[in-house]
Design a protein around this ligand. Sequence first.
Ligand code: ZN
Length: 210
Amino acid sequence: MFSKKSQTFKPKKNIQEGSKQYQLKQYAEATLGSGNLRAAVSLPPGEDLNEWLAVNTVDFFNQINMLYGTITEFCTPSECPVMSAGNKYEYHWADGQTVKKAIKVSAPEYVDYLMTWVQSQLDDESIFPSKIGVPFPKNFQPIVKTIFKRLFRVYAHIYHSHFQKIVNLGEEAHLNTSLKHFIFFIQEFNLVDKKELGPLAELIDTLIKN
Ligand code: ZN
């Protein structure tokens, strides 16, 4: 699936072999292989919703990590002094924990903050338990929603600021498929408000019709 460089921006997050989530990951890969993205996102019969959300959160983190990894050399503080998605959308970073008051940073710094933050959530055993029988926290789904809301901004920035580079790298079909999969997933589980998707609204309409 990843033709050119397989460098990632942050280290790839792995799911422990032999775990329930590993089984679900294999199931997800198999259904994705069928090419029917709508069917591939739906909760497998009899499975736990949180486990399914966890597996797919890790997968999208890895996908976006790799997509952004292909253009990091072009996404620099001088090329992208603000984190934007077109003229109408500009993002300032705050995570509500270590950075409470939003700060205006360049796109590469913003993406670094964002991906580091997502990674810290995925690595936190009290949020994403990897051991069998350890329950997910009560606020698991709100955390997942925040992760998806933020990850979308990386797609939005890539499309608005680096799409030509993606085309030059021959990665546009891969980027479109990844976004389409992401959109189907967030629609299936109602994870992101429609207004957040504004920067790519037209593209999303086109992608989901095809
Ligand atoms: Zn950029």
